[in-house]
Design a protein around this ligand. Structure first.
Ligand SMILES: [Zn+2]
Length: 68
C-alpha cells in the first residue's frame, strides 16, 4: 500500500494586505484584509492554486475570518 500523505502538502501565502477595522482576538493587534493564496503541492511541485480573501492578524497571523 502506498501512502501519499507525506507527499502532499499545502502552503499558504499572503499576496497583499491592507489594514482593516478590527482587532485580533488572540493578541489584540490590528487586523488586515488579505488576498491569500493556497498552493497544494505534490512532491514539492505545485499543481493546484486557490486564491481567497481573509481577515488576518498582522502580528500573529491568525485568521480571524475568511471569505471564499
Ligand atoms: Zn493576533
Amino acid at each position: 500500500m502506498v501512502c501519499f500523505c507525506f507527499l502532499v502538502d499545502q502552503t499558504r501565502r499572503v499576496r497583499r494586505s491592507k489594514p482593516a477595522a478590527g482587532l485580533c482576538s488572540r493578541c489584540g493587534s490590528g487586523a488586515s484584509v488579505a488576498d491569500m493564496m493556497t498552493a497544494t503541492r505534490f512532491c514539492y511541485v505545485p499543481f493546484y492554486w486557490r486564491s481567497w480573501k481573509a481577515i488576518i492578524c498582522t502580528f500573529c497571523g491568525a485568521i480571524l475570518k475568511s471569505y471564499r
